[in-house]
Write a protein that binds this ligand. Structure first.
Ligand SMILES: C[S@@+](CC[C@H](N)C(=O)[O-])C[C@H]1O[C@@H](n2cnc3c(N)ncnc32)[C@H](O)[C@@H]1O
Length: 374
């Protein structure tokens, strides 16, 4: 994998996070390069604030920190923030301001660089924040692959900001130019929907998995969540809106429940939903993390997991693998790991290899629910 970033005479070593042996993907792309090259035409004075949204692994943050700007990185991803920290540090650059997507944006921003997210719900949320939090007339440059910029994307930009123009395509990437403006449109903080079969009401922040309805896999998993008076600690790994954690806490009120997700919006939604359902005193913790990094070994009795199958734009099963390995380490001897996945992903084979045995406890045409015991 190429980690030697070189552009306009500047060189950095940039890695994805977490660092993996035999990594095949690099930590920046043509859209990052195009954004940087174009920004040279109209740079704000050195020292002014550059607001960078959705920097994948810190390439943009490193570039502008290196040029002496006050950089604010906004991302919903714990991994993206850690990647930027790691790459800034590795290249001898000072730290920058890190914000999640719910925090107020800095009013002293002089330039906005926006890696357009694939999720239109997240894009809508971020555009509404730019419109609400920043003064009018701040230049905004968006960037994405040509195939991800549609007429509907540009319409959304214009709904919240000023009229926009686009660049020519370069290495399959395109830029979008506009200025901040005040919009009459307003957006609720969360989308809400009921799950009547389980008497639940869920509220999702914009970047939460399965935004406007319950994920079909989570729905299948709910009736199989075990109840056991001996459970002291339950983990919902990749908790999303916390739906599995709520059911686990309802069935096992004696246990502490920890919700973990790499999306700050997921963690905030899980907290909101658990507290609404079980009261603000519910025995639970909510934490943004990369899988179970830093969790004590032999410290949980049950881990529930509906794993992701992509990281940012890349389809991969490496996160599921990391979740499985972490779960094995963190479970107590005899502890239970309950996983749901697409049948074709072959998780039962992987889990059998890792835990020594695994069994399918339920399935339908598309999904299997697998139990493995440590
Ligand atoms: C398929 S969704 C499941 C969400 C929820 N548990 C449900 O059943 O509806 C997978 C979740 O894993 C989270 N995730 C992805 N990568 C992660 C990582 N490295 N560490 C922790 N969570 C991660 C995603 O943000 C997403 O919320």
């Amino acid at each position: 994998m190429n980690s030697a970033f070189s552009l306009l005479g500047v060189e950095f070593t940039l890695n994805r996070f977490p660092i993996r042996q035999n990594e095949t993907l690099q930590a920046w792309d043509a859209s990052d390069e195009y954004l940087i090259e174009h920004a040279q035409n109209a740079l704000p004075p050195e020292g002014s604030r550059v607001l960078i949204l959705n920097d994948s692994f810190g390439a943009l943050s490193c570039w502008f920190a290196n040029k002496g700007y006050a950089v604010t990185l906004v991302s919903d991803s714990y991994i993206a923030h850690e990647a930027a920290r790691q790459n800034l540090n590795h290249n001898g650059l000072g730290d920058i301001q890190h914000l999640d997507c719910l925090a107020p944006l800095p009013e002293d921003t002089a330039l906005v660089l926006l890696r357009l997210p694939k999720s239109l719900r997240l894009l809508t949320w971020q555009l509404s924040k730019l419109s609400r939090d920043l003064p009018e007339g701040i230049p905004v440059t968006g960037a994405a692959k040509v195939r991800d910029i549609h007429t509907s994307t540009l319409k959304l930009v214009e709904d919240y900001l000023a009229p926009c123009t686009t660049s020519l395509a370069k290495k399959k990437s395109r830029l979008v130019f506009c200025d901040t403006a005040k919009s009459s449109k307003s957006l609720p903080e969360t989308t809400s929907f009921p799950v009547p079969e389980f008497n639940m009401m869920l509220h999702n922040h914009a970047n939460v998995f399965a935004g406007q309805k319950l994920d079909i896999a989570a729905y299948l998993m709910l009736p199989h969540i075990p109840q056991n008076a001996g459970f002291k600690h339950i983990i919902d790994l990749g908790c999303g809106n916390g739906v599995l954690a709520i059911q686990a806490a309802r069935l096992n009120p004696q246990a502490k429940v920890t919700c973990v997700d790499e999306s700050f919006m997921a963690v905030a939604s899980a907290k909101l939903n658990m507290q609404n359902d079980l009261g603000s005193g519910v025995n639970a913790e909510w934490t943004a993390n990369d899988c179970l990094t830093g969790f004590d070994a032999n410290s949980a009795d049950l881990i529930l997991c509906n794993p992701p199958f992509h990281q940012q734009h890349a389809v991969t099963d490496h996160i599921a693998w990391q979740m499985f390995r972490d779960a094995k380490r963190v479970l107590n001897k005899g502890g239970k790991f309950l996983v749901i996945g697409n049948r074709h992903l072959g998780y039962h084979v992987k889990l059998k290899r890792l835990f020594g045995s695994s069994r399918v406890i339920a399935s339908n045409a598309k999904f299997v629910i697998i139990e493995a015991n440590k």
